[in-house]
Design a protein around this ligand. Structure first.
Ligand code: GLA
Length: 721
């Protein structure tokens, strides 16, 4: 059997071309040489159909042979990666191998985010498949980053036939496993409590989840891990899939009748029906896959590196982001220009580097009911122009940033009164409201153009170094009257392309701008957004204790630099919990750090503490963002203390963070077993002067102080002596 093999430093991926051009998946795992063909076994399986050409050989069936890119119509009755129908509604496809090629450098995808790399850092493999009956051609693209052990996948469909077809399901990646018993780790949640971990067995009947909300969602994150049963943070095999897409998606994992597992991911197929006329092409978004046999921590490190160096772009990719103060939880909508300046002045005095003016600065925006869509500053409310405000902030030595929500409109706005047809609404029905706003139809270029011009006008007039780009409702009433495009799946995909187009224009026209993503906190926290926005507001839940869980779940697939994280006021506005300023800062420092409260309300002692926190963040920034992040406690097991660490690349330095989340009378000591240190070296704790050996820290652990009261936090800096 002819094989196509992709090698990374530590992994091998192989497919095989069977007689008659059936493309089989042979292997994805630890690096190896040679052909994996003999792993296959051929058996006559009842009720598993045989392709016509091999009808005599009943042991050949696509229904149990591992498929590289399964399609509905060739006898594979498992959930397919690809399904299409013709104009008469007939579902059929039979994709056969035509050719393949390999070239240096990483492919990119028109209009969509994709992993990028220098020519010498990556190579691309393309495999061309064809459905003879319709002439539809499918190109499977693989981007291989050998040093990182990452392989990306994306699918292009070209209607090279004479008749229109409808794409019903075009997944981006699909993996078949011949054998094995797996767990799936996935990250579910809700608004203000995103990315909780769930580890569940992959069973017969399978698992399927995703988003039909228009954004990747708070409810399910498009990052998943398939792990062997025995896999832990430190050991074991695991495969990751991260979808570089910010809209509706779907993930499936299923164990089939012969105990084989299929995992796959792509755009939500439900109501997709993407029409493809002769000559037209469709590009699926990209999935970045990785495999390691060294456990979950290592898999996370691969994704951290991938996102930091090969997904995020722009000036702020590698440099320290300014410590910011955001006025949202300090004022909500209720502020004047002079209050803003008071907050800013105090922040500047304590060392904060940028002031971010959140929602409420434009149009008639004094509450949630009006103003979205009218991106002109409300000078009456602010008491001056935006540029005057920005100058005053700059005079204090700070940069200036602004909140926007370009995709949305209130019925009570000039924009809606002028262009009511620009909002998603279905004729003859009352729209479903979310936060009393409607979604603008970003699948239409003229809508994106108009909003872009309004917003960039502000950026041209005033000195603005940062934008927080929000999106505060799920999308409903999907209907567009233009381009003859009225099907849900197509509009939703074109909507996401519109959002990407907006962001691409924004970051191109203003290359020095730092853009932070946001969607009611972390409702669009995905690798697609990170291509445009190197950080994303992680959650609207700023409670430090809840944030430990949210940031822990987020860390599986995303780097610390991507996590927008702020110290806010107590009692916390979302939970009512009171936690010390120190604990709040320890948690917020494990992210792109900032404050979100009126610092004037602090005591002099607390203000001094804030000064120290900002100093500490600046000092530790490299270790926090460039170091390796380790989860040292399994939060699913409800430990009394939560701990995580940052270890420098040379492993000679560690910042250990601990928060006690439960206290008991006469309590046993919790020991935190560290990871990633040099076993033979001695480490000195800078805060206490105590010495520990790397081996002891990794096998026995670091004793957590036994204290009265919960929610104490410790940050210890270990340095090799
Ligand atoms: C969302 C964001 C918040 C804040 C508000 C403003 O909820 O997540 O941080 O910006 O919108 O309306």
């Amino acid at each position: 059997m002819k094989t196509i093999t992709m090698q990374t430093r530590r992994t091998t991926y192989q497919m095989g071309i069977m007689e008659h051009g059936f493309l089989l998946h042979l292997y994805y795992g630890p690096r190896t040489e040679g052909s994996a063909e003999n792993l296959l076994s051929y058996n006559d399986r009842g009720f598993s159909g045989n392709p016509y050409e091999v009808k005599e050989k009943r042991e050949i069936s696509m229904d149990y042979l591992p498929q590289e890119y399964s399609c509905y119509g060739n006898g594979d009755f498992r959930s397919p990666a690809f399904r299409m129908k013709d104009e008469n509604g007939v579902f059929a496809a039979d994709l056969r191998y035509l050719s393949s090629k390999r070239y240096e450098g990483k492919y990119m995808i028109p209009g969509l985010p994709a992993v990028y790399a220098d020519t010498e850092e990556a190579y691309t493999v393309e495999v061309l498949l064809r459905d003879k009956a319709t002439g539809v051609e499918v190109t499977l693209r693989y981007g291989v980053l050998p040093e990182l052990d990452v392989i990306t996948r994306s699918t292009e469909v070209w209607n090279n036939g004479k008749k229109k077809v409808y794409l019903d399901k075009v997944f981006s990646a699909s993996l078949d496993f011949l054998t094995g018993d797996f767990d799936l780790l996935h990250f579910y949640g809700r608004h203000a409590m995103e990315r909780n971990i769930e580890r569940v067995p992959v069973s017969h009947g399978g698992l399927g989840f995703g988003s039909r909300r228009g954004a990747s969602s708070h409810q399910h994150n498009p990052f998943v891990i398939l792990a062997e049963k025995e896999t832990t943070e430190k050991y074991g095999g695991c495969w990751g899939m991260s979808f570089l897409y910010s809209g509706n998606f779907w993930f499936e994992a299923e164990k089939d009748q012969f105990e084989q597992t299929r995992m796959q991911m792509g755009i939500l197929p439900e109501m997709f029906e993407y029409p493809l006329a002769p000559g037209e092409r469709f590009y699926s978004p990209e999935v970045a896959m990785a495999y390691t046999d060294e456990g979950l921590a290592k898999l996370s490190h691969i994704y951290h590196e991938l996102i930091r160096r090969h997904v995020c772009r722009g000036k702020f990719r590698d440099i320290r982001r300014p410590v910011l103060i955001n006025n949202w939880e300090a004022t909500y909508f209720d502020f004047t220009g002079s209050q803003i300046l008071d907050i800013a002045r105090q922040a500047a005095e304590l060392g904060v580097e940028m002031f971010v003016l959140d929602d409420g600065w434009f149009g008639k925006r004094d509450n949630e009911d009006a103003g979205l869509g009218d991106w002109a500053a409300n000078e009456k409310k602010i008491g001056m122009s935006l540029s005057a405000l920005s100058e005053k902030i700059h005079d204090m030595g700070m940069k200036f940033g602004l909140w926007i929500e370009p995709e949305m409109v209130n019925e009570d706005s000039e924009l809606f009164r002028k262009h009511p047809d620009w909002a998603f609404r279905i004729p003859g029905r009352m729209p479903v409201m979310g936060r009393n706003q409607l979604t603008l139809d970003f699948s239409r270029k003229e809508v994106v153009d108009h909003i872009f011009e309004q917003i960039s006008g502000n950026l041209e007039k005033a000195r603005i170094e940062y934008i927080k780009m929000d999106m505060n409702r799920s999308i409903n009433d999907v209907y567009t009257a233009v381009n003859g495009c009225q099907n849900f799946g197509e509009i939703m995909h074109r909507y996401v392309l519109g959002v990407y187009d907006f962001l691409e224009r924004l970051t191109t026209r203003f290359p020095d701008l730092l853009v932070e993503g946001c969607c009611g906190g972390g409702g669009r926290f995905d690798a697609g957004m990170l291509y445009y926005t190197p950080q994303i507001w992680c959650s609207d839940d700023t409670d430090a204790i809840e944030r430990i869980y949210i940031q822990n779940g987020t860390s599986f697939g995303y780097p610390i630099s991507a996590v927008g994280s702020h110290v806010s006021a107590v009692p916390n506005h979302q939970t009512g919990r009171t936690v010390s300023l120190h604990t709040r800062a320890v948690v917020a420092m494990s992210g792109s750090f900032g404050y979100e409260l009126d610092l004037n309300t602090l005591t002099e002692k607390e203000k001094e503490e804030v000064r120290g926190q900002i100093r500490a963040y600046k000092e530790n920034w490299e270790l926090l963002h460039e170091g390796r992040y380790y989860r040292l406690t399994d939060l699913c097991a409800h430990p009394d203390a939560a701990a995580w660490s940052f270890v420098s690349r040379d492993r000679e330095e560690m910042l250990l963070n601990i928060v006690n989340i439960n206290v008991h009378a006469n309590a046993p000591v919790s020991y935190i077993r560290c990871m990633g240190l040099l076993p033979e070296k001695m480490y000195k704790v800078q805060e206490t002067g105590k010495m520990f050996s790397g081996a002891a820290l990794m096998t026995v652990g670091f004793p957590v102080p036994v204290v009265m009261g919960e929610y104490n936090a410790w940050q210890y800096h270990f340095i090799c002596v």
